[in-house]
Write a protein that binds this ligand. Structure first.
Ligand SMILES: Nc1nc2c(ncn2[C@@H]2O[C@H](COP(=O)(O)OP(=O)(O)OP(=O)(O)O)[C@@H](O)[C@H]2O)c(=O)[nH]1
Ligand SMILES: [Mg+2]
Length: 396
């Protein structure tokens, strides 16, 4: 029968076991020196890389910022999909809070469902009546006729128009956003295809950037037939509001009209001092009074974009070309992302980086910011080329 060793015997057994473990470990290390070394380096450099940019859920952040969306209860699944990717690709290391607002009360199911996706703080807000209404200066008969005759997407809907007006003029003034300096807009069903290995809020703050975008497309012109003329009237009445080094040329069709170019606002990272400025507020109020959010179907995207192009200097606008992003029907991949780096992004399906509006933007911006350059200037940090563990600070 086996008897447990006591006293000196236990001492010997214990040390034999430790020695055996050491020999075994040495053997494994010897055989797998390269593999162990590599994974160790990876762990260490990962720790080094992440340390400066890892913020705890309740800890101080370097920027007062949040991920923000207007959403419906019925968007729960699509929002969870979007959050999963935002968390995995970026926010699980940064824990920026989320703010969700809704024209109806959020259900408990919704609140639980989104909270399950993150360790970060999540806040839920409702809207006041003025921010979600058809203003009293809108003529009901004219508006009813417009909805009947509209032949463009969402043309028959009140809710879509209220949504666009809200996102153009009220979201940034919502009380829950009061203490924020920056927001990053997200939406249900969007996807993030690449690791974001730096903090875009810090990136923008350090460079004095006010507006960051990822997809530039042409608008359904039937939704904005008078937006450009209304904007020109506004500028004619407020010429001092035009930024000296603005990108008006990015908006023009060469015949005195609007070419439809706009940034998709389902992704935008914005220094909120821009939307809170007297210039932006005056522009929004002017458009709101003109009635085009209802008589036409002006989107918040062209409104934000025209404002960014006219009221900001070109150097304050930034193309986040390195962020692999998808909003239903359009994917934007960094070039080469299909086969390199941390992205899962099929750039053979991505055409927006070469869309007319993106190419024109690069040329117009460069001609203002860096007229001596012959090629379009590098437009942002490119983090997709490195496989595995990533560098930390956004490259210049
Ligand atoms: N609370 C609330 N949110 C809305 C309403 N309509 C749209 N939204 C939200 O506003 C954002 C934009 O709406 P979408 O329907 O995605 O609009 P879109 O992206 O221009 O249009 P699609 O290309 O058809 O997706 C999303 O986050 C929606 O959840 C609404 O009536 N109430
Ligand atoms: Mg959408």
């Amino acid at each position: 029968m086996f008897r447990a060793p006591g006293g000196f015997g236990r001492f010997v057994w214990r040390h034999l076991a430790v020695m055996a473990a050491g020999i075994l470990a040495g053997f494994i290390v010897g055989c797998n020196r390269r593999a162990v070394q590599t994974s160790l380096d990876a762990v260490l450099s990962h720790a080094r890389a992440e340390a400066p940019h890892t913020y705890s859920p309740d800890g101080e952040k370097p920027v007062r910022a949040a991920l923000v969306a207007l959403v419906r209860n019925s968007d729960l699944f699509g929002l969870r999909l979007a959050m999963r990717q935002v968390e995995d690709r970026f926010n699980s290391r940064h824990n920026y809070p989320y703010i969700f607002v809704n024209d109806e009360p959020f259900t408990d199911e919704f609140k639980r469902g989104v909270r399950d996706m993150t360790r970060a703080r999540v806040q839920f807000g409702s809207l006041d009546h003025d921010s979600w209404k058809i203003p009293e200066w809108i003529d009901p008969d004219r508006y009813a006729r417009v909805k009947r005759e509209a032949r463009y997407p969402h043309g028959e809907k009140d809710s879509y128009r209220k949504m666009c007006r809200f996102q153009a003029g009220f979201l940034h003034r919502h009380p829950l956003l009061k203490d924020l300096d920056y927001y990053w807009r997200i939406e249900p069903d969007v996807e993030y295809y690449c690791n974001i290995d730096y903090d875009p809020f810090v990136y923008m703050k350090q460079r004095g950037l006010k507006y960051g975008w990822n997809i530039a497309m042409s608008e359904f012109m039937d939704t904005v037939p008078t937006l450009w003329n209304t904007t020109r009237r506004f500028i004619a009445e407020h010429p001092h509001m035009l930024a000296p080094a603005n990108m008006q040329r990015w908006l023009e069709d060469g015949r005195g009209g609007y070419n439809g170019c706009h940034f998709w606002s389902n992704f935008e990272i914005v220094d909120l001092s821009f939307y809170r400025s007297p210039e932006y507020q005056a522009y929004f109020d002017y458009l709101d009074r003109a009635g085009g959010f209802f008589y036409e179907r002006w989107g918040d995207a062209p409104v934000h974009s025209i404002a960014a192009a006219l009221l900001l200097n070109a150097s304050q606008v930034h193309y986040f070309a390195d962020i692999g992003y998808y909003h239903p029907s359009v994917v934007s991949c960094p070039a080469g992302a299909r086969t390199r780096g941390s992205c899962v992004c099929d750039d053979s399906k991505s055409f927006v980086q070469n869309s007319h509006c993106a190419v024109l933007y690069k040329h117009v911006r460069q001609s203002i910011v860096d007229p001596a350059a012959t090629e379009p200037a590098h437009v942002g940090p490119v983090n997709y080329v490195h496989a595995g563990v990533q560098p930390r600070h956004a490259p210049e």
